[in-house]
Design a binder for this molecule. Structure first.
Ligand SMILES: *Cc1c(COP(=O)(O)O)cnc(C)c1O
Length: 382
């Protein structure tokens, strides 16, 4: 029987638990290099840019949680996406979701294009992806739910197109984490994570991951990580290992808080729209129920004026006005000037991001306290 998701956050299958003096917490191998037992011999580790035992241990956890064959731990989510895009060649065309994390769009438009890649941005939840596939198309790049508009794309349906047209399907699974959604099991080829968010979970460490079961991609990435050198340092890998132990209970709790807050927001006179896929009237509700085990803890909402949006950001105290998401503390952001500031304005508007749009990442506080703070702020809105 396959072990449950909470057990998989705490124990590796087939782990030799007798090693390391039986240490229950995996040791931090804070070393740059490894002495050779003799000429032409290796302990299995030669230099930490190539591999480090603590990083490798973490990679095994990520591969296990996403049902991949191998995983790669990088120094940030953006480092992971950057490394992955080294598998393409100048002239390659990539179909990407239009409503992506702002940093991904900045990378594609300012770095990847310079390297000769071509992009077509689509609203993958609604658009006809197949119509935009060209002779040089190599990959489809999704986020679901999208950031920040929370649109839900049917991963299995896109995977069917990708398989038939021989394209690599990449899914950035940051928003739901492997605890709630496993794109590889739905037919995707590669999964990306910003480990900074739910996997780390404590707003204290940057990390990024690539997971795949494709041997050809694994071989290319092992060469690339040793060559380009953005592997996650051992101490940061240990912090991620520690964070992952509680991934399940954090996801459950934060998701429960999000559902309550989303319902509360829906009844506020100053709130015009609430985008949370856990609400039954969300257009992606049935799809997310089919492909995921939870709705996550990201809520985007529009208030009735820019002044009110700014007032909320200024008045929050318990809820922190900060970029990032997925940690134990509740954070609120203003996508238009923060996370998505580098997305071209016309694209931002087309995606539905306005100066009245706020994004909330609910943490694991007592939900009554979060709602009480919002209530007292909303009473003062005009
Ligand atoms: C934060 C984020 C990234 C980038 O990750 P970093 O760890 O900040 O570099 C990529 N994708 C999504 C969906 C994110 O939320």
């Amino acid at each position: 029987m396959e072990r449950g998701d909470n057990t998989k956050c705490l124990h590796l299958a087939n782990e030799d638990t007798g090693k390391h003096y039986g240490a229950v917490s995996y040791p931090i191998y804070q070393t740059a290099t490894y002495a050779h037992p003799g000429v032409g011999q290796s302990t299995g580790y030669d230099y930490s840019r190539l591999q480090n035992p603590t990083r490798e241990h973490l990679e095994k956890y990520i591969a296990q949680l996403e049902s991949g064959k191998d995983a790669f731990a990088l120094s940030s989510g953006m480092a992971a996406i950057t490394l992955l895009f080294e598998i393409f060649e100048p002239g390659d065309h990539i179909i990407a979701e239009a409503d992506l994390y702002g940093g991904s769009i900045r990378l594609f438009n300012n770095v990847s294009k310079k390297n000769g890649y071509e992009f077509t941005y689509l609203t993958c939840a609604n658009d006809d992806i197949e119509k935009h596939i060209k002779e040089n198309t190599k990959a489809i790049y999704l986020e679901t739910p999208t950031n920040p508009m929370m649109r839900v794309t049917d991963i299995a349906a896109v995977a069917e197109i990708a398989k038939r047209r021989n394209l690599i399907l990449i899914v950035d699974n940051t928003f739901l984490s492997p605890y709630f959604q496993n794109p590889l099991k739905l037919g995707a080829d590669v999964v990306i994570h910003s480990g900074t968010k739910f996997l780390g979970g404590h707003n204290d460490t940057l990390a990024g991951f690539i997971v795949t079961a494709n041997d050809e991609i694994i071989e290319k990435l092992r060469f690339l990580i040793k060559t380009t050198g953005a592997g996650l340092p051992p101490f940061d890998a240990w912090l991620l290992l520690r964070g992952i132990k509680t991934l399940g209970i954090r996801m459950e709790r934060a998701g429960k808080n999000a559902l309550e807050i989303a319902k509360w927001l829906k009844n506020q006179e100053h709130v015009l729209d609430v985008y949370y896929p856990g609400l039954p009237d969300h257009p992606g509700h049935e799809i997310i129920k089919k492909q995921a085990r939870g709705f996550g803890s990201m809520i985007t909402f529009n208030v009735d004026s820019k002044e009110n949006a700014l007032k909320i950001l200024e008045k929050v105290e318990l809820i922190r006005f900060a970029e990032s998401l997925g940690g134990v503390e509740t954070l609120i952001t203003y996508p238009t000037t923060q996370t998505h500031a580098d997305v071209p304005e016309e694209v931002r508007i087309k995606n539905g991001i306005t100066d009245r749009t706020l994004r909330l990442s609910t943490g694991i506080e007592d939900v009554e306290d979060l709602i009480e703070e919002l209530e007292s702020i909303f009473e003062e809105l005009e």
